[in-house]
Design a protein around this ligand. Sequence first.
Ligand code: TEU
Ligand code: CA
Length: 611
Amino acid sequence: MINKNSTISQIFQTPIGNDILSKLFMTLNMDQGLINKFPLSKVKLKHLSSVMGEDMVNTLVQLVNSETEKIIDTPAITPKWWKEAIFYQIYPKSFCDANGDGIGDIQGIISKLDYLKDLGIDCIWLSPIYDSPNDDNGYDIRDYKKIMAEMGDMEDFKQLLEGCHTRGMKLIMDLVVNHTSDEHEWYQRALNGEKKYQDYYIFRDQPNNWKSFFSGSAWKYEESLGKYVLHLFSPKQMDLNWENPDVRQEVAEIVRFYHEMGVDGFRLDVINLISKKAGLPDGNETIGKMMEFTGIEQYYYGPRLHEFLRELRAEAFDPYEAFAVGETPGVGIEMGRYLTHESRGELDLIFNFDHLETPGHVRFDDYQYDLNFLKEMLYRYHDRLGSGDWQALFLENHDNPRILSKVLKNSKYRNVLAKMLQGLLLTFKGTPFIFQGQELASLNLPFSSIEDIRDVESRNKYQELIESGMSKEKAFQVILAGSRDHARVMINWDDTVHPKGWIKDFTLGDGYSVQAQLEKANSSLRFFRKMAAFRKVHPELIYGDLISINRDKKDVMLFERRLYDKALTIEINLTDKPVSRSLKGRKVLVSNYRNRDRNYLKPYEFTICKG
Ligand code: TEU
Ligand code: CA
């Protein structure tokens, strides 16, 4: 156990201490090597009280000491379908609109199941399709057992599920149970004075200093009750009180309802936020400024999180052998092991987001992403995993701008970079999650003003920036850099324009539509299809060991995947400049370049060689 007399380096040696200090140093863009060097290594925690405050030191001690159990690893990797599968995330509102009302729908998805099968997809992750007022595009659920009218009905959904299964694909849904919509029956009954349902939420006489992820205070005053109510997200997304066993039973029942229907599992939205520290203590203002959201240390890895997850898994997942991947913003590598190691009986995988922004940057910063950082983060994560762990590999989702636009200085490398990143996700060790449009080399879009922006997070942030005195032009530039709407425009199946869509139409006719790419031999789409097929016949890319080579050589990633006598070597140029090739004269099996230089890797070249 650590205490206030423990030194920084002693804390860094603990699993949770390593996560917290790594995250802190990354946020401050400081070299983590300093932690184990004098004088920092000898600094005692109590000496930091003057800097971080007594409360933060106590929180740090409590968080680090919260994990005393040592994870005992398993002798070998346990084969699982979700370790072999390629996942594809569908954002239903923008995927395919079958009835021409400008909003994506379930029949539209059904019409594209053959496309997904041909792509090599094994499992679809469906972002929320439940009844919702769409304050946060379905992440504010009004009725968990009703399908959003704009998307269809339960019969459509069952047809979709059947369509996946008959094609040998699985389907997981999105479970949003950290909060419900304020229009949910439970919340409405709470407002009508029903005590039972008031205990489903987190009402207090006075707010604390917690900030919402979507700007402003995390508390809304409900006149009718004379109380404040917690909402970590929008004021229409009311946090559920997971301390209440009735709430936990309601959630388990919802999960069983869909598992009974044959759904193969769930992605669990911000599931690490469900356990808030007792008494809801104020957040440390210093940490709040650093981590952007005051109060986050009081709930991002809460005291009963493991207990709640074990209970939900036992009651609603294990009886169906269903799959669970948790979305866990802020959770580090070691915390992720405590949440997913197969000895723990909690989640199967988590999404760790630490690789999505380079040190010192947040999503709304307009900067060029250095892929050397991605290399470092992938290897660091991989090195910390045992045979009872597994890693989710992703670069995009519906909450982030397009990765190509973060990396590219010059769009002439759009196609080769898209293929390189696909190749990396499909050859590194772990389960690849592809977001809709990523197979198409999608870029960010040229939204022209805040009127084009639909995302509640972006609109609230814009308002907050203006109120802080920033000019409208500068505030819009900030929003343009990080808006989640870049990932939420309609997929271009062909060059048909969508004039009355829910979001601005960007049918660019630039040869990057699905139809155009199906016809073009060297398209990003056709490369993805080839790579996915290649992965399926090379088990060394799934269960094989990953051995990094010349790891310290900058701008290049070189690793081997080996399973018994099968071996492949992958060589990647992480930059738009030629770099010397290590693997010369080896038989090339796959590459994103048809013509290669014998001595140099071309910009963003990705090559798989035999052995
Ligand atoms: O996202 C939570 C989350 O991590 C991001 O929203 C991020 O915290 C936010 O953009 C601030 O940086 C999940 C869903 O993926 C997201 O679409 C929802 O808006 C959110 O939860 C609330 O349900
Ligand atoms: Ca529609």
